[in-house]
Design a protein around this ligand. Structure first.
Ligand SMILES: Nc1ncnc2c1ncn2[C@@H]1O[C@H](COP(=O)(O)OP(=O)(O)O)[C@@H](O)[C@H]1O
Ligand SMILES: Cc1cn([C@H]2C[C@H](O)[C@@H](COP(=O)(O)O)O2)c(=O)[nH]c1=O
Length: 219
């Protein structure tokens, strides 16, 4: 039975890498798939992994209709066995509903990858609809880590290492950012709620060793 699977993880947890690996494995067994993405850091119509893999993909925008897209491909004699979608947090709720229909009525497997929550720890609309509709939500096995060593579960937006909590929901960026650029840092919930990034922790503690003990004692 075809399924809609949402692979969710923080930024930098290996989602794009897994998306490209899954595509490789399915294609190697003769299955026909179509890759989609929306607003990848590396530019339009690209899925990029920090491990160095990149692949062309179809760019999703507000006018994309996944249902019509798959019907059009099949009408033109092109088989579609599965779809892979990266940066799915940026898809609209209506697009997620189209994906569910593609699974249920056309028997196409749909594997989508994305972060669930934004820099304020609020669900993106596309991710919220995926949590509501997916057959399965898979949490990535590779653990992204907070500076304290705990599992990173949240995405912080930073400017010069300082966490910000105001701004647009969508600002494309990376975990490696210049001092004056908008960047991102993954944190555990405790440090996300305390707005304590690695830079803030360094500034308030003389050494990482002391930091860990003080942190554990006082929080
Ligand atoms: N130089 C490196 N050596 C080994 N692994 C790396 C390196 N750089 C990045 N990675 C791995 O790649 C992961 C990020 O992969 P990526 O697919 O770009 O993440 P996502 O799509 O979730 O943002 C990191 O969590 C880490 O495991
Ligand atoms: C938290 C958060 C992230 N984004 C953007 C930043 C990146 O361009 C992508 C996530 O990409 P990744 O492959 O998972 O690293 O999302 C955003 O626009 N708003 C946010 O709040």
């Amino acid at each position: 039975m075809a399924e809609l699977v949402f692979f969710s993880g923080t930024m930098d947890s290996g989602k794009s890498t897994l998306a490209l690996q899954m595509h490789h494995n399915h294609a190697a067994r003769g299955r026909d798939g179509v890759l989609f993405t929306r607003q990848d850091r590396a530019g339009t119509a690209t899925i990029s992994s920090r491990l160095g893999l990149t692949q062309r993909a179809h760019e999703v925008d507000d006018s994309t209709d996944f249902w019509s897209d798959v019907i059009a491909r099949r009408t033109h004699g092109r088989p579609v066995d599965y779809l892979i979608g990266d940066e799915a947090q940026f898809y609209t709720a209506a697009q997620v509903e189209q994906l569910a229909r593609v699974v249920d009525e056309l028997g196409v497997d749909v594997y989508v990858f994305g972060i669930s929550t934004d820099f304020r720890a609020r669900l993106f609309p596309g991710a919220a609809r995926l949590v509501e509709l997916a057959d399965r939500v898979e949490i990535l096995q590779v653990r992204a880590l907070c500076w304290c060593g705990a599992r990173a579960t949240h995405n912080a937006r930073t400017i010069g290492g300082t966490m910000v909590v105001e701004g647009a929901q969508v600002v494309v960026g990376d975990v490696e950012a210049g001092a004056d650029e908008v960047g991102y840092e993954v944190l555990c919930r405790r440090h996300h709620m305390r707005r304590m990034t690695a830079a803030a922790a360094r500034a308030s503690s003389p050494s990482p060793q002391t930091l860990t003990s003080v942190d554990e004692l006082s929080l």
